[in-house]
Design a protein around this ligand. Structure first.
Ligand code: NAD
Length: 725
């Protein structure tokens, strides 16, 4: 009797295969030429062939799918292919891929032979949808293992059947939460919610071949599971009773209505994708998975993909990949990092380092400050235990990695020291001198300053080549951008070590050249200063912030915010210090010093513009007094003009930054402002938005007319009309 077609080694480019005892086909996904596995026409057609051969071969009883990439199970659809289609506005190829995926995944699901996914590393988007089409998913506890359907963050929805399979597997409420937010969950959460059927602690092999991974507990558990499933007809767990109740039509429709309400609260009407994803879930539950995938999910996906928002979001995503690609990952000289200053920023940076496995020496001048900092780090990390992302033992190890000290000599063993001391030039220079006297001769000094130049801080350094900027944004855990600042004297080694560290912390290390405010704060200062000037003209706090929020500022963080609320977050003393320092750029950085000083009462905490969600009455009184003393001649002013006054000076400053070669490309400006200050991602970034809205000539004209009416600070730079955007 023939055993049907066979699979020979080396037959595929992106998969390695072996048939094991008991007829289990082990398929190792290893996309050729990329560091992560992606699903595109090539890899999908190979997987289709493997599924076909497995089904037809009598020698194969079940399939185990694993990844041979370190830290990545599958990153999902090939976004470069998608962006290319968006640029060409030609979607036939993608549509064909989607149809193939739906038929293929349905075939796997209906197959009499069991499919088991052994998930280690990031399992994202289409990668998770592939795992969902398997009958069972076993996850490893490896730190890089995580699950997400992040499509809404790219302006689309899960398009390989995710909106259909996930609600049936984990119930409608949990599925809607994952699909509409794109949030990431970790192995323990996946197991609890039923996304994973089993979890094993596994130490991955360093050499990832099909032979070596067979010894791993994860793969052995998956093979054992496949063997068990070969002899049973029950392939899928059924929903728990409570999940079944939440899936009945009336309840489901209420849940979908609630989910729409939640989406609106979070992102207003700026992003259509989460709403269309809810439509796909709701509509799909009335029909079969295949019908829902092909007839409901697919048209919604293609419609979103063809829109400008998705194109912007995918462009920004690829810009982030480019930023990371430009940074070489070098081995750190040691895993010990020094952090000088245990205040707001130093404590957060130390917490992030400990989380990623670094030993941290945290130095401040007083034991009491260190005790507060350790308490703050402990509170933040405990939240992860509460959410069951980590175990209490993980928390203990993280805390043990931080050694608080008041002695500078304790940073001797650190290969890189991050300075986050008070924003005073003499203090920063003194700390650098102490570092030079005590630290290892090879150690790197990275400053987190927000307003001084690297040249200012290193002016008296014995070895300025060791100095670099590592400008984190607040809150450190949330903000993905880090400006890595290079001065002419910064050595390549210092730059590479600093960028590499930021990348290991999961950040986007954007290299910028030295200059006042670097890139982000320099552009931001125009926006903040203009908002303060408007307050001084008697325009209400609520009106100014509403204009920015209606434009979408910070909507992606889940907390839309105008410039005045942002000033409250930064803190008026810090903001005033930054604005004053940036006055070296010229009279265009004009802040209403007198007004700001009035908001900083002596020996009392600074006033904020907002208090408990309302305009702060005390601040409103101070502003009213100021307006009486310095009456404005501007007269009534429309929202449109206020909008232009907030955003066009930022465009002007961005063009000046490009002219001054702070960065080279306009996409870097767009990327930095989106990830650094919350410029709305759906607009594609500051300069992309400006290009779509007006020509450089029109922007120049608008700024000239604003300057004539509201002050010379608004005059456009000459390169705006000559060099464009
Ligand atoms: P902070 O005032 O909260 O903390 C500064 C800490 O430095 C204090 O605990 C102080 O005791 C300590 N310190 C002073 N002299 C020291 C010394 N010689 N050795 C060790 N520690 C010393 O300030 P912060 O907000 O954490 O800011 C720190 C740095 O980060 C500043 O350069 C600031 O511009 C920059 N930064 C701040 C933000 C922000 O939002 N606050 C954002 C980005 C960058």
């Amino acid at each position: 009797m023939s055993s049907g077609p066979t699979i020979s080694p080396g037959e595929f480019t992106h998969f390695k295969t072996a048939v094991l005892e008991g007829g289990i086909l082990l398929a190792g996904f290893d996309y050729s030429g990329k560091s992560v596995n992606v699903l595109n026409g090539e890899s999908m057609s190979e997987w289709q062939e493997i599924v076909r051969l497995a089904e037809q071969s009598a020698a194969i009883n079940g399939v185990v799918l694993v990844s041979l990439k370190e830290g990545n199970f599958c990153a999902g659809a090939d976004l470069e292919q998608m962006h290319d289609a968006q640029r060409r506005r030609s979607f036939q190829e993608i549509e064909q891929l989607v149809i193939t995926a739906h038929r293929l995944f349905d075939g796997m699901e209906q197959s009499p032979k069991p499919f088991v996914a052994a998930v280690e590393g990031a399992c994202l988007g289409g990668g998770l949808e592939l795992a969902l089409a398997c009958h069972v998913r076993i996850t490893s506890t490896h730190p890089r293992t995580c699950f997400a359907l992040p499509e809404v963050k790219l302006g689309i929805l899960p398009g390989f059947g995710g909106t259909q399979r996930l609600p049936r597997l984990i119930g409608v409420p949990a599925a809607l939460d994952l699909i509409t937010t794109g949030k990431t969950i970790f192995p323990r959460q996946a197991l609890r919610m039923g996304l994973a059927d089993g979890m094993v602690t596994s130490i991955p092999s360093t050499v990832r071949t099909l032979e070596s991974i067979q010894k791993e507990t994860l793969v052995q558990a998956a093979i054992a599971q496949a063997r068990v499933l070969c002899s049973t007809l029950v392939r899928r767990r059924s929903l728990r009773l409570s999940q079944r109740f939440l899936s009945v039509p009336v309840v489901r429709s209420l849940l979908c209505r609630y989910a729409r309400h939640q989406v609106f609260k979070r992102v207003r009407n700026f992003y259509p994708a989460p709403l269309r994803a809810i439509d796909a879930v709701e509509g799909g539950m009335r029909v079969s998975i295949l019908e829902g995938s092909l007839n409901i999910e697919r048209p919604l996906l293609l419609d979103l993909m063809a829109g400008p928002i998705s194109s912007h979001l995918v462009g920004l995503f690829l810009a982030g990949e480019e930023v990371k690609r430009n940074v070489a990952t070098v081995p750190m000289a040691a895993m010990r990092i020094g952090v000088l200053g245990a205040g707001l920023m130093g404590s957060q940076i130390a917490g992030q380092l400990a989380e990623k496995g670094y030993a941290v020496v945290l130095r401040d001048v007083l034991p009491g400050i260190l005790a507060t900092a350790i308490g703050r780090i402990h509170t933040t990390q405990t939240a992860q235990v509460r959410k069951r992302i980590i175990l209490p033992s993980d928390l203990r190890y993280r805390m043990m990695r931080i050694a608080p000290t008041i002695h500078i000599r304790d940073v001797r063993a650190a290969s890189l020291v991050i300075e986050a001391v008070s924003e005073k030039l003499d203090v920063k220079r003194a700390v650098l001198a102490e570092f030079e006297a005590e630290a290892d001769p090879d150690a790197i000094f990275a400053t987190n300053t927000s307003s001084y130049t690297l040249a200012d801080i290193a002016a008296r350094a014995l070895h300025p080549e060791r100095c670099v900027g590592l400008h984190f944004f607040n809150p450190v855990a949330k903000m993905q951008l880090v400006e890595v600042v290079r001065a002419p004297f910064t050595s390549d080694k210092a730059l590479v070590q600093a960028s590499s560290l930021a990348k290991r912390l999961g950040k986007f290390p954007l290299v910028v050249h030295d200059g006042p405010g670097f890139l982000v704060n320099r552009i931001l200062s125009r926006y903040l200063a203009e908002a303060v000037i408007m307050v001084g003209e008697g325009i209400s706090i609520r009106r100014i912030d509403s204009i920015a929020k209606n434009f979408g500022m910070a909507v992606d963080s889940g907390h839309p915010m105008g410039p005045l609320e942002l000033l409250d977050l930064i803190g008026l003393p810090v903001a005033m210090h930054v604005l004053t320092s940036l006055a070296v750029l010229g009279p265009r950085i004009e802040s209403r010093d007198t007004l700001l000083r009035n908001l900083l009462p002596e020996k009392k905490p600074p006033l904020t513009f907002w208090k408990s969600g309302k305009e702060n009455e005390q601040a409103v009184d101070v502003v009213a007094n100021y307006c009486r003393a310095y009456p404005s001649e501007a007269g009534p002013i429309s929202d449109e003009i206020l909008h232009q006054r907030l955003f066009l000076p930022m465009v002007d400053e961005a063009v000046r930054c490009l002219h001054d070669k702070i960065v080279e490309h306009s996409w870097q400006v767009d990327f930095a402002l989106t990830y650094g200050i919350g410029f709305p991602a759906f607009r594609g970034g500051l300069l992309a938005w400006a290009r779509q809205t007006m020509t450089p000539g029109q922007i120049t004209q608008e700024l000239e007319s604003l300057a004539a009416k509201h002050g010379k600070r608004l005059e456009p730079c000459p390169s705006l009309s000559t060099g464009g955007l």
